[in-house]
Design a protein around this ligand. Structure first.
Ligand code: 13P
Length: 348
């Protein structure tokens, strides 16, 4: 199946009441791990690349690897998404290359570090929405600012410093027309999210629930959603790593989000942990080995296991065959006619 738009994938998820994992990739093995998990669980999936990933792998390598994944697995709906675009040109280049979805993270300035004003965020996001929708491409925006830093992108801090204001979220969705909206509810990118299992004082699920009630047609996105399981931390530390104990977002909280409008769940760190643990184990137990396949294969398998588990937990498992891919021209026409207008004021 050719690549699908993220909009179609998320609309289907909304109909089915499930969430879809969006997994970050930098190389071939990560893409293969995701596809192996998607085949195993019969799941639709979002594969996403950050600016850092596009630079690391060189844009074209990554793009063609993801295309290869869709050619080799025609039964799996795959959306190719740009994670945390930092400006118009970054989003435009991804759209022109063939990504079927982009995130314009206008919550930060182009440096990817300094928070913007609300008006700056609306202006840049609207510009990307206009360009993308004319070409049938999906757009995710962000309102509020996530904590932490990932691939050099992020404001740092705890994640509670710029929690999303629901009134602003509604005005933002109305003025930009985004298809999907990332909101800040206390999560952060990276492994060090919480110093204890998070409760309502740090994870603001009530805000998420309020926003969904007011924006029923805008798909909500949870960033920083790795669960950072202790067993993955333990493998790394058992084989010479030095991770400090830390807590991620409990899967039950993500599932509560999914029952309240969360359709896209971003996961990167859990896969990084699984890969690192598997490689460390091979290095520690068989130090005589030097063929990269000897450690990349177990790394790929470890990531597949985590991804398959998340696909089952998010509810996307079993849904790969539910629908046929709509051509991008359907979205070009649909955005022009208002059919895909997700704004609160749009007639449904
Ligand atoms: P984690 O660091 O929690 O995996 O989050 C990834 C993410 O949100 C990518 O945008």
């Amino acid at each position: 199946m050719p690549l699908v738009t993220m909009r179609q994938l998320l609309d289907e998820a909304a109909k089915g009441g499930y969430g879809v994992g969006a997994f970050n990739v930098n190389n071939m093995e990560q893409i293969q791990a995701i596809l192996a998990a998607a085949k195993e669980t019969k799941s639709p999936v979002i594969i996403q690349a950050s600016r850092g990933a596009r630079k690391y792998a060189e844009d074209l390598y990554l793009f063609h690897l993801i295309l290869a994944a869709s050619e080799l697995n025609p039964e799996i709906p795959i959306a190719m998404h740009l994670d945390h675009g930092n400006g118009f040109e970054t989003c435009k280049s991804a759209i022109e290359l063939g990504y079927t979805s982009v995130m314009m993270d206008g919550s930060l300035k182009e440096d990817g570090k300094t928070p913007t004003t609300f008006e700056e965020n609306v202006a840049i996001t609207k510009k990307v929405v206009d360009f993308a929708h004319e070409r049938g491409v999906t757009v995710e925006g962000e309102i509020g600012v996530l904590g932490g830093v990932e691939d050099g992108h992020g404001a740092g801090g705890s994640g509670l410093e710029h929690v999303t204001d629901p009134d602003q979220a509604v005005e933002f969705a109305e003025r930009t027309g985004v298809d999907a909206l990332a909101i800040a509810i206390g999560t952060s990118h990276g492994a060090y999210k919480f110093t204890k299992k998070p409760d309502g004082s740090v994870l603001k699920m009530d805000i998420l629930i309020d926003i969904h009630k007011r924006l029923p047609h805008t798909h909500l996105v949870m960033h920083g959603s790795s669960s950072v399981p202790k067993d993955l931390q333990d493998v790394i530390n058992q084989y010479g790593g030095k991770l400090k104990q830390t807590w991620g977002v409990p899967v039950e909280e993500i599932q509560l989000g999914i029952r309240n409008g969360v359709r896209k769940i971003n996961v990167d760190t859990d896969n990084r942990l699984a890969i690192t643990g598997a490689i460390r184990k091979v290095f520690a137990e068989t130090p005589e080995k030097f063929d990269p396949r000897d450690y990349m294969k177990p790394a790929r398998e470890a990531m597949q296991k985590v991804v398959a588990q998340r696909m089952t937990q998010f509810g996307q498992a079993g849904h790969a065959g539910d629908y046929k891919q709509l051509p991008i021209s359907e979205f070009v026409a649909g955005y022009a006619s208002g059919k895909y207008d997700a704004r609160p004021s749009a007639k449904k």
